[in-house]
Design a protein around this ligand. Structure first.
Ligand SMILES: Cc1cc2nc3c(=O)[nH]c(=O)nc-3n(C[C@H](O)[C@H](O)[C@H](O)COP(=O)(O)O)c2cc1C
Length: 377
């Protein structure tokens, strides 16, 4: 595991072309340290996702066969067997590369999408590119998202560098992550978020693939959803409060006893819970793609997220834990989730994804919940 004294010595790269070897190594060390913290420490949010406040109405006479249930969906022209994404996590080191390959092979086997972690390490140091290359081991992977932090547009990363990074890995779409809370707690955080909306507006149309806005676990408020919906994003991943807390991850990484360690712990529930975040994104993004994430752990969480307005649902940390164990564990985790979702659809009388998304939602105590959502694709 990376030690605190190594972290304290980490300089922040400023310009991609100007990154020294030491800076690239520091960035890679940070990526491995994130993996250690997420696997070994308690990094859960202090506030629930809100998904467990709902369930789907059970139908004792569904009038269809379990085998008939088809949860496939087409996104950006790619067909997925189910509306699931292996969430954005890692890359940049040999360890991260092995995890990415395990995740990709498992996603391919399950027929679901995969998102790469931030590609900044390979933008800073092209030698890290191999750790993001998963197409050679999973050529049938239906949909691959690349990833970059929006704030990097204020730190010298430009559209050309990002386009090259996407091409190098064969990404079909790009997640641009928004992680203000994480950066503010991170010991080496990049916190200059001014002027980003204008930069994103110019950047999105020239990138060549659909671009999604993405939080990392602090969620999207109604106001943020409205601001983001005015930009030419193809969709949004709401990543709300209720799962992995990046304030808490960074508090574990900050020097013991530091102010950052203290406030990272205190702010581990700050943000918008996932259930609310999904609804905010759906209301603002109309017909565009909405991906739910943040504390999604079970097939019922997935079903509820879909019924609340999501098109796709992503899970991150649970699949990291499975992939750390083995590729077989990762396949098992995805197959269990998919089968659970099919059983729920069957028992809700939903033969396809459209019907599942229109299933009746029940609140705590079993009372039906009415949602005033715009029609979704
Ligand atoms: C180890 C790890 C690394 C992550 N790195 C990234 C990243 O590079 N870019 C990003 O957009 N999100 C990243 N995330 C955030 C996830 O994609 C997701 O939004 C968040 O963890 C909430 O989902 P969860 O509760 O299922 O973990 C990472 C998550 C984990 C667990």
């Amino acid at each position: 595991m990376t030690t605190r004294s190594e972290l304290e010595a980490v300089p922040t790269p400023t310009l991609p072309g100007a990154a020294s070897e030491a800076q690239a190594e520091a960035l890679a060390r940070r990526k491995d340290h994130h993996l250690d913290v997420c696997l070994d420490e308690d990094v859960g949010s202090l506030v629930a996702s809100g998904l467990d406040a709902y369930s789907l109405e059970y139908d004792a006479l569904p009038e269809l066969d379990l085998d008939e249930v088809d949860l496939s969906v087409t996104v950006f022209g790619r067909r997925l067997a189910a509306p699931i994404v292996v969430g954005a996590m890692t890359g940049g080191t040999s360890r991260a590369g092995e995890l990415n390959r395990r995740l990709a092979r498992a996603a391919q086997q399950a027929g679901v999408a995969m998102a790469l972690g931030s590609q900044r390490p390979m933008i800073v140091d092209p030698a890290a590119t191999g750790s993001y290359r998963v197409r050679d081991v999973a050529p049938e992977l239906p949909l691959l998202f690349g990833n970059v932090g929006a704030v990097q547009l204020n730190y010298g990363v430009d559209a050309d560098a990002i386009r090259r990074a996407l091409e190098a890995v064969g990404a079909d779409a790009l997640n641009v992550h928004l992680n203000a809370l994480q950066e503010a707690i991170q010991p080496e955080g990049d916190t200059r978020f001014s002027g980003l909306a204008e930069k994103l507006e110019a950047f999105i149309p020239v990138i060549g693939v659909p671009v999604l806005a993405k939080e990392v676990g602090a969620g999207i408020s109604g106001r943020a959803a409205a601001k983001l919906s005015r930009l030419p994003f193809a969709g949004i991943e709401c990543s709300g409060v209720g799962g992995t807390s990046w304030a808490r991850v960074e508090s574990h990484r900050a020097p013991s006893g530091s102010i950052q360690a203290e406030i990272g712990r205190r702010l581990a529930g700050f943000g918008v819970p996932t259930a609310t975040s999904i609804r905010n994104c759906r209301a603002a993004f109309g017909e565009r793609l909405v991906v739910a994430s943040g504390g999604v752990r079970t097939g019922m969480d997935v079903a509820v997220a879909l019924a609340l307005g999501a098109d796709l649902v992503a899970l991150a940390r649970p699949l990291l834990e499975a992939a750390e164990d083995s590729e077989a564990s990762c396949v098992r985790a995805l197959e269990t989730l998919l089968h659970e979702l099919r059983v729920i659809a069957f028992c809700a009388g939903a033969k396809d994804l459209r019907a599942l998304r229109q299933s009746r939602l029940l609140g705590r105590g079993g009372a039906p919940v009415r949602l005033d959502l715009p029609s979704t694709p």
